[in-house]
Design a protein around this ligand. Structure first.
Ligand code: FES
Length: 167
């Protein structure tokens, strides 16, 4: 496992805070996902060995919680709220339009640049529909604003790629 030194340090500090090692499983999964972007088979085996568990014990956790991922995601993680206020204000249409604009019709909801997912309420119901792009919340993204919004995301993504390639 190729975890960053700071992640390894956090994991080492975390384990003794729990009465049993097993209880640290979920927070360690979060730390590994934060570090790697997802939790691979190898990572599940590593976590299990670290906690004296079987890999199946970690696999059960990763597949149970929707916020944990077994596969890598695109460079930009786009989360569209689908709970009541957002759904009533068009979030299902918003997701469809974002997929069409950023990924292409009929090409699913993920590629190397973008992963677009539904999430449950992200506590901004008064400004529905809301879309979170990476860590930034965008409010009032109604279907008629999606085209401009997608252009903005696309531009930011191209800038990110350019700045990475200059490193
Ligand atoms: S319903 Fe979408 S933020 Fe609460």
């Amino acid at each position: 496992m190729n975890l960053k030194p700071q992640t390894l340090e956090k994991i080492e500090k975390l384990i003794p805070r729990y009465p049993t090692k097993r209880s640290a499983s979920l927070p360690i999964c979060h730390l590994v996902q934060e570090d790697q972007g997802y939790i691979s088979q190898e990572a599940m085996e590593w976590i299990a060995a670290k906690l004296g568990l079987e890999p199946i014990n970690i696999y059960e956790i990763v597949t149970f919680y929707p916020m944990l991922r077994e596969k890598p995601i695109g460079r930009r993680h786009i989360k569209v709220c689908r709970t009541l206020s957002c759904a009533l204000n068009g979030s299902y249409e918003v997701k469809k339009l974002l997929e069409k604009a950023l990924i292409g019709e009929g090409h699913g909801s993920s590629n190397a640049d973008y992963t677009i997912e539904f999430v449950e309420c992200i506590a901004s119901c008064g400004t529905a529909p809301v879309v979170q792009v990476d860590e930034v919340l965008h409010e009032g993204i109604k279907p008629d604003r999606v085209c401009k919004f997608a252009d903005q995301i696309r531009q930011e993504t191209e800038q990110m790629k350019t700045s990475v390639s200059k490193l």
